[in-house]
Write a protein that binds this ligand. Sequence first.
Ligand code: DCT
Ligand code: MG
Length: 450
Amino acid sequence: MGMTRRMFLMDLARRKGFRVESELSDSVTHIVAENNSYLEVLDWLRGQAVGDSSRFELLDISWFTACMEAGRPVDTEMKYRLMEQDQSSPLNTPESEVPSFIASKDAFEIMAENYEFKENEIFSLEFQRAASVLKFLPFPVTRMKDIQGLPCMGDRVRDVIEEILEEGESSRAKEVLNDERYKSFKQFTSVFGVGVKTSEKWYRMGLRTLEEVKADKTVKLSKMQKAGFLYYEDLVSCVSKAEADAVNMVVKNTVYTFLPDALVTITGGFRRGKNIGHDIDFLITSPGSREDYELLHKIVDLWKKQGLLLYCDIVESTFTKEQLPSRQVDAMDNFQKCFAILKLCQPRADNSSDNTSKNLDMAEDKHWKAIRVDLVITPFEQYAYALLGWTGSRQFGRDLRRYATHERKMILDNHALYDRTKRTFLKAASEEEIFAHLGLDYIEPWERNA
Ligand code: DCT
Ligand code: MG
């Protein structure tokens, strides 16, 4: 299928927690084709030096679409399989490369992302906010009247909604999906360590795809980006809840070896009840004890020894006592932290069961997955603020800070809450206390997904 469509579908599947590879490898179990016959796919496999194609399920795109609708892999029934004699299999012929099912929510996310790539933060936030508002509306929007009185519905947003209501889709979002710059930036930024700045540089150098970047001898990669390319397929496939639970055990066991009374908490999306994420975030603190700047180093040293550490970048704390909270909405905090890639060993498949084990067997030579892990060390007195900040979502955090600033004359960040009227720091031992300081009802983590 066309490049844009393929990228869109791969991204969609990954966001739903499916594991999608861009190239044929030993871990591939299902191959999906569109507008290719069974024989053509076999031919292609031969070209990839695959002798035994029975290792794979060869499927039509309709199987993929069914999976996306169900949110899980559906059975590979006969009707989805590519077969020799069957010339009448349900092959779709898309009119455009871009799928027609871009829902309004997708349209806003695409628009927001495109503005992010253009470093237009204001417009990007506008579409992100609109997407958040619309996602959680308790009713479907069918007429422009439905959005009357809603917050975050500026003119740019209204134009897009109007078009979707009239035409069924957004021509602007579609244009973005076909835009060369957007397509390149989307690819570039999918690599760990590559942001908009690096993407801009590569794009200016005339590079358009990750293959071109890899092939270009003049491109200098940072240590982080090298790891990003090395573990690309693993990192781009989302982390499941089960994987997060497994890593949680590893992290806790390691921390407890050095600090038995430590408090280790999963934060980020998994604390908000999400089933998948792009990384796993941890907060580590210890009641009573003085700050121990060695702990993080001891943890990664042990993982190194155990062969579990694929990459790590430790950032030392830059927090100074009684420092006023940052007014910047998206400021990084000053905790000591570590951005790591961990090697999560996965249990071998049990060969005795049915045909599903056939698929798993093939990944025999690689029974681990590279997983992005963030470890954040916080002083105990700041733990509640760190927990609130690192639980997110990013959008929720931004709104909470704006609320503190504009409605309460307070400054909130991941370290503290400062009351500007009383000129004092407000202590909090729990998230509940922070909400109380702000005069808000407590909001559970799973209600913070906006
Ligand atoms: N955060 C923060 N300061 C940072 C980075 C992140 O306060 N320097 C907050 C914002 C959200 C939360 O931490 C977790 O960040 P992510 O891992 O980027 O997001 P997520 O919600 O966990 O989603 P994902 O599933 O993509 O990991
Ligand atoms: Mg996360």
